[in-house]
Design a protein around this ligand. Sequence first.
Ligand SMILES: Nc1ncnc2c1ncn2[C@@H]1O[C@H](COP(=O)(O)OP(=O)(O)OP(=O)(O)O)[C@@H](O)[C@H]1O
Ligand SMILES: [Mg+2]
Length: 271
Amino acid sequence: MNEKIFELKDVRFAYLGKYPALCGVDISVEKGQRIALVGANGSGKSTLLHLLDGLIFPDSGSVKAFGAELSEGALADAQFNYDFRRRVGLVFQNPDVQLFCPTVKEEVMFGPLNFGSGYEKAAKDFDAIMKVFGIEDLAGRMPHQLSIGEKRKVSMAAVLISNPDVLLLDEPTAGLDPRTSRGLVDLLNKYHREGKTVITATHDMHIIEEIADIVYVFNHDKHIVRAAPPAELLADTGFLQDNNLIHIHSHRHDGKPHVHPHGHPSHDHTH
Ligand SMILES: Nc1ncnc2c1ncn2[C@@H]1O[C@H](COP(=O)(O)OP(=O)(O)OP(=O)(O)O)[C@@H](O)[C@H]1O
Ligand SMILES: [Mg+2]
């Protein structure tokens, strides 16, 4: 059996003890698996990613990472903390939460320098990752003065430069132009081929077939209502509509308004 990366049992979490965000979540993730988290706004996807990154801890239930309890106490241990942070990288949904350095170069090099890479290796990795995202010209800029898409590329580069085994991505394609979005999907597939584990929260239903082996669907009760391979899920239009994963789309055909469910679930753009 493959190495277990995460194992969650009946995890419950409420912000400030009164705003429920996860209500009984069970998830098991094996090494090399690609997981997509989908569901309506406020259904708990980001909260789950923060929990998997050891930023928040459950009110009840258990979270295991690499076979060990992922608790505040465990992360207080310097060695455990270093190993965990080295292996797991989270790209935040909102880049402004993540970006904090005065320049893009410092931002992107912060991880490797912090993990003890020498400056020379960090600088080499920096050049390579900036090229991957085509953002070499942003090196001297202030992260907060960039466009949203540019910020997203910088925050992605800042995590991917350290080459973590486990990638947690929160809406990585939101606000990206089509070419960048395509490039990101290709990049995730390259990471998959290298044996990395990739967990992606997304509203972008037309990429889930390419980025996930299994999709967890969250509902309004902050609960996982279904775990299924993407193709099976995308074929179930009624379920997609009920769970706010596709919408009714109205456009014109031969000059007449025409309404149908929309989410490009089957990559069928002919209608
Ligand atoms: N900092 C916070 N304080 C209080 N409640 C919060 C906080 N962050 C999130 N919540 C609540 O927790 C629930 C889950 O939020 P979460 O951000 O995990 O949803 P999400 O599925 O990522 O949504 P989206 O698709 O909008 O990103 C929501 O009801 C939200 O209002
Ligand atoms: Mg979110």
